[in-house]
Design a protein around this ligand. Structure first.
Ligand code: NAG
Length: 287
């Protein structure tokens, strides 16, 4: 009893030391800095809840103090209700510079009663253009739902209420770049994207509904904080080695029912050839 307790203590301790710190149970006051929008960022309940506002003059957003290299990042979000056309609520990871990496979850608002679009994308080494967009199977303005990015060196999984909606595998084997070396910060923002977001920019913000407000809570990062002293290589915060049978089935179901846009099927945009990872000879089974 005592010795097994001891053993697990030292196991935990060594895990902790080998990864320096892995953050958990996040707090908006201590984990984030203001990015823009001043008091449009409203943090309450000792950092547990945050709301972001967008008005005539500005949107708002926060950026994580730490840089992370791999991890699982969960955020509960309640989107702008009513007429949210032109608003973009974004939850994403990004590094800096012209060859930056980025993993995106963005919610494109819509007229009352019309569905939000959840848009996902990945940039590696400055190259994006890998959008997949979805409608949701619930009204995301009625309640909080959990949106997650689970990123390790092998794959990126994007989840909604713990259901995988997208898996991107590292395909360095066929020369496709993948985010594995650049630490990223977490961004949470609400801004005016009405030049493109809703029906390709046709529907603009209706400022008579301003301020637009989105809610965020229960941020959680099980992640490796990058620093000169940490070795994050191999860190796997989401403990995933791919999807199990049940999750694969859920993913297949989501892909068949809720996808609105898939870059791998956009033969017009990629008239001169689909990206490598989309080509028939390169497509791997979902895992
Ligand atoms: C908004 O609603 C229209 C009509 O249902 C739909 O075509 C569109 O995909 C929705 N989302 C956005 C962001 O335009």
């Amino acid at each position: 009893m005592t010795s097994s307790y001891c053993r697990s203590f030292f196991l935990l301790l060594s895990l902790f030391l080998s990864y320096n710190t892995f953050a958990r149970g996040g707090n908006f006051n201590t984990d984030f800095d203001l990015l823009f929008g001043d008091d449009r960022v409203d943090i309450k309940e000792e950092g547990k809840i945050m709301s972001l506002a967008l008005d005539k003059y500005s949107g708002s957003g926060v950026i994580s103090k730490n840089e992370y290299l791999f991890g699982r990042f969960d955020m509960q979000i309640k989107l702008v209700p009513g007429n949210s056309a032109g608003t973009v609520t974004a939850y994403y990871l990004s590094s800096q510079g012209s060859h930056h990496d980025e993993i995106d979850i963005e919610f494109l608002g819509n007229l009352s009663g019309d569905p939000y679009l959840l848009s996902t994308n990945v940039y590696a080494n400055g190259n994006g253009g890998r959008e997949m967009q979805y409608y949701l199977w619930f009204d995301p303005t009625e309640d909080y739902h959990t949106y997650s990015i689970d990123w390790n060196s092998e794959r990126i999984i994007i989840l909604v209420d713990n259901k995988p909606i997208r898996v991107m595998r590292n395909r360095k084997d066929i020369g496709v770049s993948f985010p594995t070396t650049q630490p990223m910060r977490i961004y949470t923002t609400l801004w005016n994207g009405d030049s493109w977001a809703t029906r390709w920019g046709q529907v603009k913000l209706d400022l008579s509904n301003a301020p637009f407000i989105a809610g965020f809570k229960n941020f959680n990062a099980n992640s490796c904080i990058a620093s000169p002293r940490t070795d994050c290589k191999g860190f796997n915060g989401g403990q995933n080695k791919g999807l199990d049978g049940e999750s694969k089935q859920i993913l297949k179901n989501v892909l068949s029912k809720w996808v609105v846009y898939n870059y791998c099927r956009d033969f017009r945009r990629y008239a001169h050839g689909l990206p490598y990872e989309c080509r028939k000879e390169n497509v791997k089974p979902i895992v």
